[in-house]
Design a binder for this molecule. Sequence first.
Ligand code: ATP
Length: 324
Amino acid sequence: ITRIGVFTSGGDSPGMNAAIRAAVRTAIYKGKKVTGIYHGYQGMIDNSMFDMDSPSVSSIIQQGGTILKTARCMEFKTVEGRAKAYENVKAAGIDALVAIGGDGTFTGAEIFSREYDIPMMCIPGTIDNDLNGTDLTIGYDTANNTVIEAIDKIRDTAASHNRLFFVEVMGRDSGCIALNAGIAGGAEAILLPEKDTAIEELIDMLSQGADSNKSSMIVIVAEGDKNGGATDVAKRVKEKFDNFDTKVSILGHLQRGGSPSSADRVLATRMGYYAVNELLKGNSRATVGIRGSEIVTTPLEEALSKKELKLNEDLVEIAKIMAI
Ligand code: ATP
């Protein structure tokens, strides 16, 4: 391996820049050349690439988003699109790739690396914490912190007005952000995609809170919850609690931005370093992950084929008890 290409793909997450920086600096330290690829797989097809050196990743560790930009690229899903991408990658002298993104990015990497026999390592970057092969994804900790900051602010106004708030948080089909931020923010109830809580059950939980004279109640609704979004849930619950003023807050994309937390910066740096070292050792078609405090790798085929349940049942129980 003489030149490593680095790119970010799919949805952005805070800490991606720290991973880019770590991959670039590790490669340079090991005497390799680095090419930055803009806009994920799209940049390979459009030949949007540039030489990177150590200064090109200066002062980015604290920045949210990704300096390499990111994109969803439909053309890469076609054989012709990938052929064009490979021509450009080959012409640039790139002989190994580091991809930072979510499961779509991993799927693309698995196919491309197999099709053209090019070594690839993936790094899990998404706020959703929904990837296999790792306990944690880059951006998840920052998103949790962003959400609890918002919940704390909502609590101030909710408590002043006897309000019942429904706060919708991101996570796609994963309830990780909802559960963790719900516990940290002292939520009265948390609706999780993995749990299928019926509206009647939610009403029961909130009735207990109302009976114990709570001055405010906050329900965290994961965006993937099967009852629909926070607006729908609020509509169905509202009339049962007429002594509370009901409000809905959908946090939306602010959860994807912001300066990465210390934990995400360190995780991303470890993963970027590890991804390059694994490539240089001959590992390929795998994702880097963290298990406990250890950095590990998992073959992409395995990571993409199974569904790990990340929701911690203890936390679900604890959240219920804390809400009494
Ligand atoms: P997030 O979790 O934030 O959505 P992601 O990596 O899963 O991130 P996707 O848009 O699903 O985001 O995937 C990123 C890109 O990976 C796609 O735009 C596409 O270019 C590529 N990709 C996804 N699936 C495939 C596939 N089956 N074949 C080839 N490329 C794919």
